[in-house]
Design a protein. Structure first.
Length: 258
């Protein structure tokens, strides 16, 4: 029963991959002999980043070997669709995270490598800037969280949940509109409104990292089950990949204005 309670619906988290109930049970409530640790989650996050980098580098090299975007199109589609499936499996069945999370990282690497290579070909130097800004933001927010500069209060969580949900809904509507030959212009526009929108989305994606840190720390403190190390690392990966793509989108808009 306790294990089922730990897998209840999402709590009030800005990152929908994190479930508060799974992080608020004591280790004695679970049929596991080993609790989740912070170091274990950090190690798994590092492993998933490495797996993502390996497939991203492979797809990147495939593009530059031919110079043809069509050469990586299939890998990007497989990465996006396969990554989504792996993510949904992980979200709805967290106990599978030890297997599904690294699969997610590998598949997303194909998409990241392909998209990044195509953008880099148009705007040389943009990818290293996007990577640097992504990990720089990660480090800055981790420091802000650890020093108490940013505190994930209930109102903070509610605000971020609403904002994240609103962005997701907007993107879904835009995808549907594309089937009818139109789209929401400012999402892709390099005008002031489009750049302002991207700045807001980058800020919201970045703030989701704070909730990731908080839930992972709570899990370690409450002795959550061991499999949640992989789940916590997966959740952090989801936010980092989202943040990277949004920063890349923002930089592309800025580059295209020159």
């Amino acid at each position: 029963m306790a294990r089922h309670r730990a897998l209840e619906m999402f709590g009030r988290s800005g990152n929908p991959t994190l479930r508060s109930k799974a992080f608020t049970q004591s280790s004695s409530d679970f049929s596991t002999s080993e609790p989740m640790t912070l170091s274990g989650t950090v190690n798994k996050t590092g492993l998933y980043l490495l797996l993502c980098f390996i497939t991203a580098a492979w797809t990147w090299n495939q593009f530059y070997a031919t110079g043809d975007p069509a050469s990586v199109y299939v890998y990007v589609i497989v990465g996006i669709v396969g990554g989504l499936i792996a993510a949904l499996v992980t979200i709805f069945k967290p106990t599978t995270a030890a297997i599904s999370a690294p699969i997610y990282a590998l598949l997303e690497g194909f998409a990241i490598g392909g998209v990044s290579a195509v953008v880099e070909a148009s705007y040389p130097g943009i990818v290293i800037q996007a990577v640097g800004l992504t990990f720089g933001t990660l480090a800055a927010l981790l420091m802000a969280y650890k020093t108490g500069l940013i505190k994930p209060t209930e109102n903070f969580r509610l605000m971020l949940f609403a904002a994240t949900g609103g962005i997701l809904l907007l993107y879904v509507v835009n995808i549907i509109m594309r089937f009818f030959g139109t789209e929401i212009g400012f999402i892709h526009s390099n005008g002031l409104m489009g750049i302002g929108f991207s700045l807001v989305v980058v800020a919201i994606a970045a703030l989701n990292l704070v909730l990731d840190f908080d839930f992972i720390e709570q899990g370690a403190e409450h002795g959550a089950p061991k499999y949640l190390e992989a789940y916590g690392a997966f959740s952090l990966m989801v936010t980092l990949i989202w943040l990277y793509f949004e920063i890349l989108r923002l930089l592309t808009k800025l580059y295209s204005r020159n």
